[in-house]
Design a protein around this ligand. Structure first.
Ligand code: 3HC
Length: 301
C-alpha cells in the first residue's frame, strides 16, 4: 500500500546504493528525484536500474508495464535546489567523507521544505553528528539499506540522539511500504548491522593473513558450514574493501577497543587499490567479467 504521508522522495547520490534505493522507491509508487553532480553517473545509474528491472521481468517478479511505470517515476537532476524543492523525504547515499556529508546536510537543511525528513544511508557516520549540522535534528534519521537494495529485506533505522518519535514512526512506515523489514537501533559506531558483520569479515581477513586457511577455504567454511549466501571474503569484495576499512576505523576509534582494529592485510589491499568488485580485483580477480578467480593466495603469510 502506498504511504499516505510521503510520496515525493529525493535520493542524493546515484552510485550502487543510490540507484538501488531509487529503483526500490519508484517500484513502490513513489515519485523519485535522483540527484548526482555528474550527468554521466546519472545515465549509468538509469542503465543499471533498467538492467536490474529486466532481471526482475525475466524472473517474472514484475511485468514489462511495471518496469516502464517504475522508470517513468524517476527524474534525474544535477541541481540540488531543483531536486529537493518539493521533497517530503530525502535519502542521502552520497560520499562517506565526513566533511562532504556534513556540507550536504547543511545544504539540504537550507533548501528542503521545512517538514521534509532528512535520512542518511550512511554505513558508519554518526547520525547525531549529521543531525547537528542541521537546524532540524529531530527530523534527521539513519535509513540504512543493504546491497543489492531491491533484494535485501532489511532496513536498519538509526535514531540519532535527537531524532523524534514521529520521524522514527514515519520512516518505519515508509520502509514497510517498500516491502522491507525495518529494525530500529540506536546511534553508536557501526550501529547494529555493521557492528556484528564487520568483526566477522575482519576475522576472515586475519584468518587468511595468519595463514590459517586460503581464500576459497574460508569462503567455503562460511557458505557450507554456516549457510551464508556468500563467503566473508567474497562479501567484502562485494561491499568494497575501502568501505570495510572505513567502517572498521570508525568502530575502532569510536568504541576504543583493539578488537576492532582493521587487519593489516585489509589496509595493504586498500592502499594497493585492490578494492574488490568495483576495482576489478580484491580477494578475487574479476577481470574475466563476474566469474571471479582467486588471487589472494599470495597474501598468505
Ligand atoms: N536488483 C534486483 N534484483 C537482483 C539484484 C539487483 N541488483 N541482484 C540480484 N537480484 C536478484 C536476482 O534476480 C535473483 O532473484 P530470484 O531470487 O527471484 O531468482 C536473486 O536476487 C538472487 O540473485 P542471483 O541468482 O543472481 O544470485 P545469488 O543467488 O547468488 O544471490 C545475492 C545474489 C542476493 C547478492 C546473494 O549472494 C546474497 O544475499 N549475498 C549477500 C549479500 C549481503 O550480505 N548484502 C549485505 C552487504 S552489507 C551492506 O550492504 C551494508 C553496508 O553498510 C556495508
Amino acid at each position: 500500500m502506498m504511504n499516505q504521508t510521503m510520496k515525493k522522495i529525493t535520493i542524493i547520490g546515484s552510485g550502487t546504493m543510490g540507484n538501488g534505493i531509487a529503483h526500490l522507491f519508484a517500484q513502490n509508487g513513489f515519485q523519485v528525484n535522483l540527484m548526482d553532480i555528474s550527468e554521466d553517473a546519472l545515465s549509468r545509474a538509469l542503465k543499471t536500474i533498467e538492467g536490474n528491472l529486466d532481471r526482475q521481468v525475466k524472473k517474472e517478479i514484475i511485468s514489462q508495464q511495471d518496469k516502464a511505470d517504475t522508470l517513468s517515476r524517476i527524474q534525474t537532476h544535477t541541481d540540488l535546489k531543483q531536486a529537493v524543492s518539493q521533497a517530503e523525504l530525502v535519502v542521502e547515499a552520497a560520499s562517506e567523507h565526513i566533511p562532504i556529508k556534513l556540507k550536504i546536510f547543511q545544504d539540504l537543511d537550507s533548501l528542503c521544505p521545512s517538514g521534509c525528513i532528512l535520512a542518511s544511508n550512511t554505513s558508519s557516520i554518526s547520525i547525531t553528528k549529521i543531525a547537528a549540522a542541521t537546524k532540524r535534528p529531530k527530523q534527521v534519521i539513519g535509513m540504512h539499506f543493504f546491497n543489492p537494495v531491491p533484494v535485501m529485506k532489511l532496513v536498519e533505522i538509526i535514531n540519532g540522539y535527537a531524532t523524534s518519535a514521529e520521524t522514527t514512526q514515519k520512516i518505519t512506515q515508509t520502509a514497510q511500504t517498500l516491502g522491507k523489514v525495518p529494525t530500529v537501533v540506536n546511534d553508536y559506531p557501526g550501529f547494529a548491522a555493521n557492528r556484528i558483520l564487520m568483526p566477522m569479515l575482519n576475522e576472515a581477513f586475519y584468518t587468511l593473513y595468519e595463514g590459517v586457511a586460503g581464500v576459497s577455504e574460508i569462503d567455503t567454511v562460511m557458505k557450507l558450514g554456516m549457510g551464508h549466501p556468500m563467503g566473508p571474503l567474497q562479501l567484502a569484495d562485494f561491499v568494497g574493501l575501502d568501505i570495510c576499512l572505513d567502517i572498521l576505523k570508525v568502530m575502532h576509534q569510536g568504541l576504543g577497543n583493539p578488537k576492532y582494529a582493521p587487519c593489516p592485510l585489509l589496509i595493504n589491499m586498500v592502499e594497493a587499490g585492490h578494492l574488490g568488485i568495483k576495482s576489478g580485483i580484491g580477494f578475487y580477480d574479476y577481470a574475466a567479467g563476474n566469474k571471479a578467480s582467486i588471487v589472494a593466495e599470495r597474501f598468505r603469510q
